[in-house]
Design a binder for this molecule. Structure first.
Ligand code: ZN
Length: 148
């Protein structure tokens, strides 16, 4: 068994965000890939405090419910790692308030694809809301579906 957090190669300092990645691996034995990004539209949803919803049927296989928002904590802090660890136990994607998004998967490729899908879903939700407000998305109906 591989020890989580053990350095295998390199001598450069680890990222300040390493503790959150390690917390995810400790919480999810099924996860072999964690991707964190500052995808601009999804990040804007986190700044606004609005959940990203599965607004089109194509997103349901990979974004089957509202992407929860992890409330802001300082980067690199234990509180930040704990907050992400708590939320990621029940889903494969989270929005980090005022920061970015984090996705997980059985491989780095799966986690990366989900990260892109969350950003694309956020773009669609944003554009549809601009065009027709909540009427286009039927937010309440989606939220009920997402909570089911
Ligand atoms: Zn970051």
């Amino acid at each position: 068994m591989v020890k989580v957090g053990k350095r295998f190669v390199g001598d450069r300092p680890v990222s300040v965000e390493a503790p959150v990645h390690l917390a995810v691996y400790r919480a999810r034995g099924d996860v072999c890939g964690v991707v964190h990004s500052h995808a601009p539209v999804a990040t804007a949803f986190g700044i606004a405090g609005i959940e990203i919803l599965p607004v089109v049927i194509e997103t349901f296989p990979v974004v089957p419910k509202a992407v929860p928002i992890v409330l802001f904590e300082m980067l690199g802090s234990r509180k930040f790692a704990d907050a992400v660890q708590t939320k990621i136990k029940a889903c494969d994607a989270v929005v980090l308030e005022n920061h970015g998004i984090l996705t997980v998967g059985g491989s780095i490729e799966t986690a990366c694809s989900l990260n892109v899908m969350v950003e694309e879903t956020a773009k669609l939700q944003y554009m549809a809301t601009l065009l027709a407000g909540n009427k286009a998305i039927s937010m309440e109906a989606l939220k009920k579906t997402c909570q089911a």
